[in-house]
Design a protein. Structure first.
Length: 337
């Protein structure tokens, strides 16, 4: 008898998670009743916000030891009792780290990206893409000639922000760790320049690539995915009326203590606007974001990367790689063909 495989949180990590904090469990296949459908997971998305769920600090709630890990996946419908959904259809839904699930009306998106790969519904055409598009357009208010700085520029959110900003006429500067990511950001994603913060002091890179715009610094828009020293250095270089979008805190997800942040005096001096980004607030822009980003992918103006692992049993180890900063591109687990 085929069984459903699930990945559970085994214990709550202190510090970076490892494969030992997750365990596989097998149980009976779920059964679809009226107005439900049985789906098989094809691609599972792994995202930094899951670290916040594990430590109970994420706004979507906590995952406790013994719980199935939560997450969004692209799945194929195996059988359906739902009007308008048939076997073979592809959907995206928050079905969690498991091989099979039952979905109900209103909790999934039917996919249809023409010629583009379905896994993109979890990355550049999914939640991270919407974060980039809405965060930049709505909160960053970019205009041609602005200089945009973005951290974690080789990640899905950062790379998409930088490329959309370039398409809107901004000068785009990325921050990424290591020579491989540096080369991809500049050569493939076509940022104007990049600071490899593992090989150059961030403040030296900012002086070189974001020279001051008197009376203040040279960064018009800073899209922050990491927090910490990089955020502080970027804010020390804000231009007059700069916009700062606080989107992610990669440097802090694995710690329990909250380090001192940038002093408010820097915001006041630059008359800057600092705005927090929560992707859930921008659902109304999803269709527009998908249309635009898909068109840019097809025209070759926007590139993306996927970091694909095969096998649901490797989800825990892959998530540990993500939280150590060792992944490069949208982190996906391929669960079935
Ligand atoms: N606010 C929202 O609604 C929202 C929605 C989606 C995502 N986000 C946030 O956006 C950020 C980017 O998300 P993403 O999905 O595109 O992931 P991602 O950029 O692939 O995130 C992982 C990358 O973060 C970088 N990083 C920097 N400092 C790190 C550290 N101390 N430890 C580990 N990694 C570090 C690493 O790149 P380098 O090697 O280049 O440093 C790493 O590869 C995350 O902070 C995420 O939480 C927020």
């Amino acid at each position: 008898m085929p069984q459903n495989m699930r990945i559970l949180l085994k214990s709550t990590p202190v510090g970076p998670p490892g494969p030992e904090h997750f365990e596989a469990a097998h149980c009976d296949m779920p059964v679809a009743t009226e107005n439900q459908a049985l789906v098989e997971t094809l691609y599972l998305s792994l995202d930094p916000y899951m670290r916040g769920q594990i430590s109970g600090r994420h706004l979507s709630g906590a995952v406790k030891p013994g719980d199935t890990m939560r997450g969004e996946a692209v799945s194929r419908v195996i059988s359906s009792n739902m009007k308008g959904l048939k076997a073979g259809d592809l959907i995206a839904a928050h079905t969690g780290w498991q091989s099979h699930a039952v979905i109900s009306d209103g909790v999934f998106r039917l996919l249809g990206f023409d010629a583009l790969p379905p896994s993109l519904a979890l990355g550049v055409l999914g939640m991270p893409g919407l974060t980039a598009y809405a965060g930049l357009k709505r909160l960053g208010e970019p205009k041609a000639g602005d200089r945009l700085l973005v951290s974690s520029a080789a990640g899905t959110v950062g790379a998409t922000v930088g490329q959309i900003a370039r398409l809107m006429g901004c000068e785009t500067i990325g921050i990424a760790g290591g020579p491989q990511k540096y080369a991809w950001v500049t050569d493939t994603a076509k940022f104007a320049a990049c600071i490899d913060y593992k090989n150059e002091k961030i403040r030296d890179g900012l002086m070189r690539l974001c020279p001051p715009r008197p009376p203040l610094g040279g960064v018009d828009i800073y899209f922050d995915n990491v927090g910490g020293d990089v955020l502080l250095a970027a804010m020390e270089n804000m231009a007059l009326h700069a916009r700062v979008i606080l989107c992610g805190l990669m440097t802090q997800y694995n710690t329990d203590s909250i380090p001192a942040g940038p002093p408010p005096g820097l915001i006041i001096r630059a008359r800057a606007t600092v705005r927090g980004m929560v992707v859930y607030d921008h659902e109304d822009m999803r269709a527009e974001a998908i249309d635009k980003i898909a068109a840019w992918i097809k025209s070759g103006d926007l590139v993306y990367r996927e970091d694909m692992t095969i096998g649901l049993e490797h989800a825990g180890a892959t998530f540990a790689r993500l939280m150590r900063g060792e992944t490069f591109g949208k982190v996906i687990v391929k669960v079935a063909n």
